[in-house]
Design a protein around this ligand. Structure first.
Ligand SMILES: Nc1ncnc2[nH]cnc12
Ligand SMILES: [Zn+2]
Length: 334
């Protein structure tokens, strides 16, 4: 059921799809030395105690990405995984500052990613959008600078987001750049309520005017917030394996995804940084299904939510939903 149904992925950092094997081959191609001797050693290093312990390793890994071809190869490898997992539409995040701050130009990053996405449309039939994220541990001025240099590419991205170290960096820090992004016709999303409190989710809604909240699992701590999210149909892009790996929940059976669904929230399942967290989107569905005892109807609902929460145009959304509905009916009758 999980593997064969079409789905959309809405919370995926392209830098988080860098598999250790590709990390080694790019390091060799670009003559960069890595602090690891083997793929096994890399995998062993992926033990995290919180978000920051992950981010330190994740930003170090991204250093092997240097050329347009590197960004193309990274993105293409992810799209091939999408094909395997029946992801028919994906909205990917990228973090320009991770690259521009070490001298890799914005255009190198964007063009490499976008060329692969265009080929993905033609050769694999996968539709996609790009969301540019600002790093919240950096200053508001740095985000504004990035917004300025990214202007030539605004037409080719669907929106802006906010990621990186959450605690101590509330959404309000980025109100100005998000205002500018909306004025430029870009949609807005933000990570909030992953490690940070429910107040940060309010901040993302009221100050950044987000269309969806990335993670948002701490919303259950504030009943009036839950009510607001339900009434306004604000989607939450939840990432089950990520939450376990980063110790947001100690085990899958304790994840609050089912409670969120029971409250009527529009929850979606996503992989976040699959190479670092032990699985792509179908692995996330399987882990959540097993840990929480989700039935087929709930899995189907999560997949419907993924299309409804996407930035797809209505005609395309309807086509994907019709395809999903038809396949679900066929599978249910077998
Ligand atoms: N889960 C996550 N939270 C915040 N920033 C991120 N950047 C990549 N993955 C992230
Ligand atoms: Zn994320």
């Amino acid at each position: 059921m999980i593997d064969s149904l079409p789905k959309a992925e809405l919370h995926l950092h392209i830098e988080g799809t860098l598999e250790p094997e590709l990390m080694f081959s790019l390091a060799e191609r670009n003559q960069i030395s890595l602090p690891y001797k083997s793929v096994d050693e890399v995998k062993k290093a992926y033990q995290f105690s919180n978000l920051q312990s992950f981010l330190d390793i994740y930003y170090a890994g991204a250093q092997v990405l240097q050329t347009e071809q590197d960004f193309y190869d990274l993105t293409w490898a992810y799209l091939e995984r999408c094909k395997k997992d029946n992801v028919v539409h994906t909205e990917i995040f990228f973090d320009p500052q991770t690259h521009t701050d070490r001298g890799v130009q914005f255009g190198i990053v964007f063009e490499g990613i976008d060329a692969a996405l265009q080929d993905g449309r033609k050769q694999l039939g996968i539709s996609s959008h790009i969301i540019m994220c600002f790093l919240r541990h950096l200053s508001a001025e740095a985000a504004l600078d990035t917004f300025e240099i990214s202007k030539p590419w605004h037409q080719r991205m669907v929106g802006v987001g906010l990621d990186s170290s959450e605690l101590g960096h509330p959404p309000e820090k980025f109100t100005e750049v998000f205002d500018k992004a909306r004025q430029a016709g870009l949609k807005t999303v933000a990570h909030a309520g992953e490690e940070g409190p429910a107040d940060y989710i309010w901040g993302a809604l009221n100050e950044l005017k987000v269309f969806r909240v990335d993670h948002g699992v701490r919303c259950l701590e504030d009943e009036s917030l839950v009510q607001y999210l339900v009434e306004n149909k604000i989607p939450l892009t939840v990432c089950p394996l990520s939450n376990i790996k980063l110790c947001v929940f100690s085990r899958m059976s304790e994840h609050n995804l089912k409670q969120m669904l029971d409250k009527g929230l529009c929850v979606t399942v996503n992989s976040d940084d699959p190479s670092y967290f032990g699985g792509y989107i179908n692995d996330n569905f399987h882990a959540a299904q097993q840990g929480l005892g989700l039935d087929n109807q709930t899995i189907y609902q999560l997949m419907r939510n993924s299309f409804n929460a996407s930035f797809l145009e209505d005609v395309h959304r309807s086509e994907y939903l019709a395809r999903l509905d038809r396949l679900y009916k066929e599978l249910s009758n077998d």
